[in-house]
Design a binder for this molecule. Structure first.
Ligand SMILES: [Zn+2]
Length: 472
């Protein structure tokens, strides 16, 4: 455990004793920004999260990028060039050794481990001030950028207090009330008055609070930095990168994570500094679904956003850049294949031919599809000729008749993942989050304290200390 700071008294050794730090965060969530309540070395903080990223995901994305595009991933080149401090981070929540994204994000967002499913609130209704409020009160700008719905757990964990992460209608309202200088992602059904159950048109309410509201990439690019920016680009989550690239309409209208990150940094850069969270949120979704193309190309798209953040940090050395994940998920890996493992790379490279994620492909087949139709759809999108046997297994999974020894591997997604593993050599252990310790990398002021094993909730104090932002 690193010796972070004088105020780092939230160290917790296990699932017990987690409430030790509850007095720190206080309960006030209101209040507008006053000026200059900061004095740390880190004027700016960029907090990058690849959600649900097991170590295999990080490794394979780097390997795929090297083979397919001829360059290392930015994240791994930071290791290769020894430019970052690095630690393992544990990921437990208050009530489980395996966290969900709400509790995982809240550990960073308020410095306290909370129960799974809750956002910056304790089991007995304790309310912990979220990190963006502290930064705003210190006169800094704040921003959240994600590929999920904007109201999803990880962005929400930096700005809201909510008993249930599923209350995304309520999360959108708290985002409006608390305000941030940049908010970008998907999920317009929680902002559009025609789609919200209470009929409130949050787009108009944001606009009357002075926001530039962007509904596509062009409108995002048209925003000027003297106005706060709300960008909501899709009804649900943003598309997986592999689907985004292969759909001209999406490619033209929906920004990539790197483009959103670039725009957010332009909006936020100011004399007093800022905090920005950037989430590659669908890495997690692809892991849940055992979808290898969704997983690795979204991790590469996240890495492109890391490159944008890194360029900013190079130009602005008073920036603390943190790159991490909230938990492992499904622990995918590239399995040695063939005599002497020599077939592995050829099989792995088949991924470069994939043109769709399972989210696009699987809805085109169903329990009544013919075996030949199933084979044709997969060949059309993934350039892989699955066997009659494999297609039969997939159909039987869709009919809920397939049984694997590990019951979680009997679902359609898991069977599709297993079939793709026969052809790409990438397999998953489940469709669930795991307890694995995860990678934590950082550079810039405050990063010196990162080494060894870090508890996830300790990052809250580390960030506040680095930026000299006083909680309270
Ligand atoms: Zn998840």
């Amino acid at each position: 455990m690193s010796n972070f700071s004088r105020r780092d008294f939230l160290k917790t050794g296990g699932l017990a004793g987690l409430l030790a730090g509850t007095t720190l965060a206080g309960c006030s969530v209101a209040g507008n920004g006053s000026s200059g309540n900061w004095r740390g070395g880190a004027k700016n903080v960029i907090f990058m999260v690849s959600d649900g990223m097991s170590i295999g995901t990080l490794s394979m994305a780097d390997q795929l990028k090297r083979i397919q595009y001829g360059t290392a991933s930015t994240w791994m080149s930071l290791y290769e060039e020894n430019r970052v401090k690095r630690a393992m981070m544990d990921t437990a929540s208050a009530n489980s050794i395996v966290t969900d994204s709400a509790a995982g994000g809240s550990a960073w967002g308020c410095g306290v481990r909370v129960p799974n499913g809750m956002l910056n609130m304790g089991a007995n209704g304790e309310v912990y001030t979220p990190i963006l409020t502290h930064f705003r009160n210190a006169g800094k700008k704040t921003g959240l950028v994600t590929t999920t719905r904007l109201t999803h757990a990880t962005p929400a964990s930096f700005i809201v207090n909510m008993e249930r992460r599923g209350n995304e209608n309520g999360i959108a309202i708290q985002m409006l009330e608390r305000g941030a200088d940049v908010l970008m992602g998907g999920g317009d059904r929680f902002f559009d008055g025609e789609k919200r159950e209470d009929g409130r048109d949050l787009f108009s309410e944001f606009a009357s609070n002075g926001y530039h509201v962007a509904r596509n990439k062009q409108e995002m690019n048209g925003a000027s930095s003297d106005q706060p920016l709300l960008g909501v680009f899709t009804q649900e989550h943003l598309p997986y990168d592999v689907d985004h690239r292969n759909n001209p309409d999406l490619a033209a209208n929906v920004p990539t994570l790197a483009e959103m990150t670039d725009k957010a940094l332009q909006q936020l850069d100011n004399r007093n500094g800022f905090i920005l969270q950037v989430e590659g949120g669908r890495v997690d979704h692809a892991a849940h679904g055992n979808c290898v193309s969704g997983l690795l190309y979204d991790q590469i798209a996240f890495d492109d956003a890391v490159a944008v953040a890194l360029r900013f940090a190079e130009d602005n050395p008073d920036t603390l850049l943190i790159i991490t994940t909230d938990h492992g998920n499904a622990n995918p890996g590239l399995n040695g294949t063939g005599s002497g493992y020599l077939e592995t790379q050829n099989m792995f490279m088949r991924l470069s031919e994939f043109t769709a994620s399972n989210a696009v492909l699987l809805p085109k087949i169903n329990r009544d599809s013919s075996i030949s139709a199933i084979r044709e759809v997969i060949e059309a999108h993934n350039k892989i000729a699955i066997s009659v046997d494999e297609a039969t297994m997939l159909r039987s999974a869709m009919r809920r008749e397939f049984r694997s020894a590990y019951s979680r591997q009997s679902s359609t997604g898991a069977v599709m993942g297993g079939i793709m593993a026969n052809h790409t050599a990438v397999s998953f252990v489940s469709g669930a989050h795991t307890s694995d310790h995860v990678e934590l990398a950082a550079m810039g002021p405050g990063s010196e304290a990162i080494n060894g094993l870090v508890h996830n909730n300790s990052l809250f104090n580390l960030v506040l200390d680095a930026a000299g932002v006083v909680a309270g």
